[in-house]
Ligand binder design. Structure first.
Ligand SMILES: [Fe+2]
Length: 209
């Protein structure tokens, strides 16, 4: 199975801090049936500052260790979308995963989104269940789906009203942990990957891994 949204790449953002913690995290995922992981460190985040060069270096360092645990690892990013975004790391050279302010609709959203699509990338909206303004706007949900925007839901997000609504409407293509390390947030409920096996299948098909 696949996890395509996590902060396991050590020492680059507000996620996992050390290579040892990264190894422990990878072993935990492996034990629970995840054998493909896409690291998605924050980029352009207003409060979590990250550097492209450090991300690349950390990935090169951790790759051999990850391979030893029997997990295929890939590098992407979680781009905090602003009108002046610059650098991001597309997932598998095809997908750009974006996050947005949760409380207020960002007026630049559709324009910026469209620009990334014009650059030739497909869009994945990270933890779609978190955006109040999206949940309350059905025509926007429809518009995003017409623009072929994929929705990713966090494992714990499947228990929220928003997550359930998106799943019921067949709006969800990705389910992942958004794991930030052992000191952050609650434990990952790995049973969700099994419960939503159909979403896992969609993920694998869309990503081609
Ligand atoms: Fe994240």
């Amino acid at each position: 199975m696949i996890d395509m949204h996590c902060h396991i790449l050590p020492g680059v953002d507000d996620g996992v801090k050390t290579p040892e913690e990264a190894e422990q995290s990878l072993l935990l995922f492996k034990k629970n049936g995840i054998d493909k992981i896409i690291f998605t460190p924050h980029m352009n985040h207003p409060s979590v500052k990250t550097k492209y060069e450090e991300i690349i270096k950390s990935f090169e360092n951790i790759k051999p260790l990850a391979e030893k645990t029997g997990i295929d690892v890939f590098l992407g990013s979680e781009l905090y979308l602003t009108p002046d975004y610059s650098k991001y790391i597309p997932i598998l050279d095809r997908f750009v995963m974006i996050e947005l302010p949760t409380a207020i609709y960002p007026i630049y959203f559709l324009d910026t989104l469209f620009n990334i699509e014009l650059d030739g990338y497909e869009i994945i909206l990270a933890h779609a269940e978190r955006y109040k303004w999206l949940y309350e706007n059905r025509s926007l949900q429809k518009k995003l789906k017409d623009m072929n925007v994929y929705f990713q839901i966090n494992t714990e997000g499947t228990d929220t009203a928003e997550g359930k609504y998106y799943i019921e409407n067949d709006y969800v293509e990705f389910i992942s942990s958004d794991f930030h390390g052992f000191n952050k947030r609650k434990e990952i409920d790995f049973s969700k990957y099994i419960t939503y096996e159909n979403i896992q299948k969609k993920m694998s098909k869309i990503l081609g891994i």
